[in-house]
Design a binder for this molecule. Structure first.
Ligand SMILES: [Zn+2]
Length: 208
């Protein structure tokens, strides 16, 4: 298949290359107080210093009214172990090899039938082949030849979100782009698609 003709549904915008995710081993080094990469925001209504590890691994430090960057930094450094454990959860694989094998088998058993049902329900023609893959960066893709590939991780999603991804790929058989016309096809077949996209943005990266 000509990969240039593929249209993919990426997990999310990739993190900038200059923002490395802390290595998982950071949690094993109690003397390490490395808390970078981090950034500070000021929040007038915050009552205390707040920490949050973003999906891309950056630490967001919220400075309350009357607080200082220096105190915020010191507070964050005292929480280095917690920060490292949060980053560890981002980078560590959530499933063992055996679990992955079983989930993938479940995906092979469930997803091709489901997408064919949805194609029939929404009268989408042109689907020629469905393959299950273990893509690291996309939930699915659709080729001009009608070959749709799906990520096995779709079986981990709520059914509404999974169906949104399947419908998204099916609608590329009508429009091979992300134009307003494409999104109108998606919206008419999947009225709750915006909520599903929000779910993917919020939780997609946890499906590893
Ligand atoms: Zn797409």
């Amino acid at each position: 298949m000509n990969r240039a003709l593929q249209i993919a549904l990426p997990f999310d915008a990739p993190a900038p290359a200059s923002v490395p995710i802390a290595p998982a081993t950071a949690a094993l080094a109690p003397t390490s107080t490395t808390i970078a990469p981090l950034y500070f925001i000021r929040h007038r209504r915050a009552r205390r210093y707040l920490l949050r590890v973003e999906p891309d691994g950056r630490l967001r430090v919220t400075i309350p009214r009357g607080g200082s960057k220096r105190e915020a930094q010191a507070f964050a450094e005292r929480q280095a172990a917690w920060i490292a454990s949060q980053r560890d959860r981002l980078t560590a694989p959530a499933f063992s090899l055996e679990e992955r094998r079983l989930l993938r088998a479940r995906a092979e058993a469930e997803l091709p039938g489901r997408i064919r049902d949805l194609a029939a329900e929404h009268q989408v023609s042109g689907l020629t082949q469905v393959s299950i893959r273990s893509q690291r960066t996309r939930w699915g893709s659709c080729g001009r030849n009608g070959h749709i590939t799906l990520n096995w991780r779709l079986v981990l999603m709520p059914p509404d979100v999974r169906d949104y991804v399947l419908i998204h790929e099916l609608m590329h058989l009508r429009r091979m782009d992300h134009s307003p016309a494409f999104w109108r096809h998606v919206a008419s077949a999947c009225p709750s698609f915006a909520a599903s996209r929000a779910w993917l943005r919020a939780h997609g990266k946890t499906l590893r």
